[in-house]
Design a protein around this ligand. Structure first.
Ligand code: NAP
Length: 520
């Protein structure tokens, strides 16, 4: 019995490391790893041992004969990868049958090497993969810091509540919150409560994993009218983010426009139309569930400026929309390029996933037709948000001209942007901190990982290799003797942190994600 990798794959490649027959590809050593949306199991080589399923942090791996109906298509998706890819033909006699490669971290440290004191700023996936590497591979003592009173970063406040398997990776990270060599300070804002210089003075090294917390702007007239909000505000609202206002989202309109075709756009569209009884079984915020039960929203229109072949979503997230009970998925084929892209798509092309989806030109002047639906409208973009005291419509342009879509809410899911960290250099164009393999340029002992290092792309698992690179650089610097010695003890730092913390740890979530879940 072989196994298959399914929708929730985080591509962190934990499964690759435990597979005894090297049947999971692409591996981090293969070129395709950098651009893959998910990993695949080669049914020709899989011996059905289940080691990958045991190791998977997000419950994405199943025996093929036990796949739920909505995931059955992943049997073909896994197999198809090996028909056309660069993955090597399985060769049990070949030299690469167990290509685990060189160790990622130096195994031999000088005998008199004192434990490193490392601060990690940010407890999301990037920070926690880095902390995990330090704790598992070295004797470092780690100070974990988060500006929020709850640990978890985007795992806690970004992942949609109807993706509980993805959230499970948070449990893997939360185990390290209580590691004997970890001290955690929640509700401590580096740059506001404590300076980067103070932090550096108490540690050998500081790793910044602060993400990309600002929203990109469309820069169209009317963008700031009430009702036009960044998708991140909606995500924060349904995920009980401490900064979100419980009554901050108005769901009284029948039609909502979402700008963008990334996974965040798909997340918010799905949550807007999901069955509230299904959401009630998740950890969605109570205020959001109550509002969604009373919601008038029936139609969500996604506006994508490019064609279906260039959509930013991953195919697995798109396929999940085709299985939503009671929700029709429609492609608005207002432009002949859309029909061409869908009809001419090769089986593994992104556009092929939409080939069997209903296509019809939509009528926008009238209110939405009866029923609940998600409409994908490619090759168009918003030109203006219209309304007096709050938004009432969006003027949309495409090659065919202009249209006005009546809509009571517009969510901008057009990506995030990093913010400068006081005391660190910053590249205004990319919204990232300049670095070489994770070492902040011109600042010995300072490192970056995750979205503040590489920009706001890639899912949770992408951070595993990103963190391995940063930690490798840090350890190489330690061995080379280029880390500045701390001027004060970490004990002094913990005292300072307790004095400076302005935001007490959330009493509902005393320690971290594990406890947060238990408290619910
Ligand atoms: P994203 O994947 O970068 O998508 C941004 C979208 O906004 C793209 O469709 C982009 O179009 C569009 N866009 C950007 N500027 C625009 C403008 N001025 N006007 C109109 N459209 C514009 O960003 P995201 O959705 O925020 O996701 C960020 C990362 O998190 C991604 O790597 C994503 O996969 C990951 N994520 C994963 C999951 C999951 O696995 N379930 C969930 C959420 C997020 P172009 O493509 O034309 O630039």
């Amino acid at each position: 019995m072989t196994y298959a990798i399914t929708q929730t794959c985080c591509a962190d490649a934990t499964c690759v490391a435990v597979c005894p027959v090297n049947c999971i590809h692409p591996t981090p050593e293969e070129r395709a790893f950098g651009s893959t949306e998910m990993l695949h199991i080669d049914p020709r080589t899989c011996i059905g041992c289940g080691a990958c399923a045991d190791a998977c942090p997000v419950d994405a791996v199943f025996p093929v004969d036990r796949l739920p109906a909505a995931q059955k298509q992943y049997v073909a998706i896994n197999a198809a990868y090996f028909e056309e890819s660069e993955a090597p033909e399985p060769d049990p006699e070949g030299p690469n049958f167990h290509p685990w490669g060189e160790p990622a971290f130096p195994r031999v440290l000088p005998a008199d090497f004192a434990p490193l004191k490392v601060a990690v700023v940010g407890t999301g996936p990037a920070g926690m993969y880095a902390a995990r590497d330090l704790l598992l591979h070295t004797s470092a003592e780690v100070t974990l810091i988060d500006r929020l009173p709850v640990a978890g970063g985007l795992v806690r406040h970004g992942v949609a509540p109807d993706h509980p398997a993805t959230k499970k990776v948070g449990d893997t990270f939360a185990r390290f919150h209580t590691h004997p060599r970890v001290r955690m300070h929640l509700g401590l804002d580096v740059g506001a409560d404590i300076t980067a210089q103070e932090l550096a003075a108490h540690h050998h090294a500081v790793i910044y994993a602060v993400g990309a917390s600002a929203d990109r702007r469309l820069s169209v007239p009317g963008e700031d009218l009430p009702g036009s909000v960044p998708a991140s505000a909606f995500v924060a609202w349904y995920n009980d983010h401490p900064d979100a206002t419980p009554d901050g989202i108005d769901l009284s309109a029948e039609r909502v426009v979402v700008v963008g075709s990334g996974n965040v756009a798909l997340d918010v569209a799905r949550i807007l139309l999901a069955d509230p009884d299904t959401l009630a079984r998740t950890d969605i915020a109570a205020h959001a569930l109550a509002a969604l039960r009373d919601s008038k929203v029936r139609e969500v229109v996604l506006l994508a400026r490019r064609g279906p072949e260039h959509a930013a979503y991953t195919t697995s997230e798109l396929l999940a929309l085709t299985h939503m009970p009671g929700v029709e998925l429609v492609v608005d084929d207002h432009d002949p390029r859309i029909t061409r892209a869908l009809d001419e798509a090769a089986p593994r092309d992104k556009a092929a996933a939409l080939r069997d989806v209903t296509r019809r030109p939509m009528e926008w002047a009238a209110p939405p037709a009866p029923g609940r639906r998600i409409v994908l409208r490619f090759h168009c973009r918003p030109a203006e948000v219209l309304g007096e005291n709050r938004m009432e419509a969006v003027r949309v342009t495409s090659d065919a001209g202009e249209r006005t879509l009546g809509a009571g809410m517009m969510l901008r899911a057009i990506g995030y942007r990093g913010l400068p960290v006081p005391g660190l250099p910053f590249d205004e164009i990319s919204g990232t901190v300049p670095h070489e393999a994770g070492r902040v340029t011109g600042q010995p002992g300072t490192y970056v990982v995750g979205w503040i290092k590489r920009g706001p792309t890639g899912g949770i698992g992408t951070n595993r290799t990103c963190a391995a690179e940063t930690v490798s650089t840090l350890l190489a610097d330690a061995i080379a003797g280029t880390l500045p010695a701390p001027r004060h003890t970490t004990r002094a730092f913990h005292r300072l942190a307790r004095r400076r913390r302005r935001r007490p740890a959330d009493s509902r979530f005393p320690q971290g994600l594990l406890q947060a879940r238990g408290a619910r």
